[in-house]
Design a binder for this molecule. Structure first.
Ligand code: TA6
Length: 304
């Protein structure tokens, strides 16, 4: 069954064997199983901590959390009452409809509209639509943000936000590199002082690793990335998402996360396409779309 709706999740199955599972809570992709041209055997590509909460009690530790309308601690006045990474990853989305279901792929649309609970912390009118599309070796996630304001005040009631796909990629070890970030400006959030965290650095490495605690925000990044490990690789393409975050807490920071399984930091890398330096601005009646396209370019069962 290409699209299976369950009480708390939607499961997409591609005719060639790949699959994706989306929790309605947060619209969080919690599984993407796919093979590659070199090894068609589907393998889990997404990391979810075994200690993650999947019952809606808190944001999922792993998967692809949808970060909106703010990344990190809020800095915009419209977001001042929100928690870290905003509300989209902690609200229950609604299954809207099947967008596509054929040999090429399977695609569904979820929506999130303001509830009283959201409006208590975020007063701006909006409509979020999340389109998840599964192909044989590819997964894409598109976030559509519409400013539904009908106000005719001047200046227009614009919607200002940040958005990011907080993708946890499952990898067999920390022996993974991210290309091409050499020469790119980035901000190092592992720095002890706020002054240093706000100081731009230049990436000097050809391939970026996460063997030590890494929390780097690359600004105006290439928009096409390759994650490479000894027996596999995944390409990440981003559209309308000018920045990318690379994060791995490693043992010190990771063991302090109550929902992070022991040693989990050795089995994932977060490469997170987003618009997080500055704010997207959408005028009433208009829609912004941010997309990531993930393609397994090599590796499969043999990588384990
Ligand atoms: O994307 C990296 C980051 O902003 C890190 O600073 C760390 O906080 C991570 O997100 C996880 O955040 P969370 O709120 O899910 O614990």
């Amino acid at each position: 069954m290409p699209v299976e709706q369950k009480q708390d999740r939607v499961i997409l199955t591609h005719p060639k064997g790949s699959s994706v599972e989306i929790l309605l809570y947060g619209g969080t992709v919690i599984s993407w199983k796919s093979g590659s041209k070199t090894d068609p055997q589907p393998v889990e590509r997404i990391f979810v901590s075994s200690k993650a909460f999947l019952d809606g009690s808190k944001a999922v530790r792993g998967g692809i959390p949808v970060v909106f309308p703010c990344f990190g601690a809020p800095t915009h006045p419209d977001h001042s009452k929100l928690a870290q990474h905003g509300f989209a990853r902690s609200e229950v989305w609604t299954f809207d409809h099947v967008v596509m279901d054929n040999e090429a792929g399977v695609s569904v649309r979820l929506v999130l509209e303001p509830t009283d609970k959201i409006r208590e912390k975020f007063s701006k009118p909006f409509l979020l639509a999340y389109v998840v599309t599964l192909a044989e070796h590819q997964l894409s996630t598109d976030l559509h943000v519409t400013n539904t304001s009908t106000s005719s005040v001047f200046p227009p009631d614009s919607l200002e936000f940040q958005a990011l796909f907080h993708t946890y990629f499952s990898v067999p070890s920390n022996d993974v590199l991210v290309y091409p970030l050499q020469g790119n400006k980035y901000y190092d959030k592992t720095e002890a002082s706020e002054e240093l965290r706000n100081q731009a650095k230049e990436e000097t490495r050809s391939g970026v690793d996460v063997r030590k605690f890494t929390d780097s925000v690359y600004e105006d990044a290439p928009g096409k990335y390759e994650l490479v490990w000894p027996n596999g690789s995944i390409e990440v393409r981003a559209h309308n998402l000018k920045d990318v975050v690379v994060w791995n807490p490693q043992k010190d920071a990771g063991s302090r996360l109550a929902d992070m399984e022991d040693g989990g930091w050795e089995r994932f890398i977060c490469v997170e396409p987003g618009y997080v330096r500055g704010f997207v601005k959408v005028e009433p009646g208009h829609t912004w779309i941010g997309q990531q396209v993930l393609t397994v370019t090599s590796g499969g069962k043999s990588q384990l």
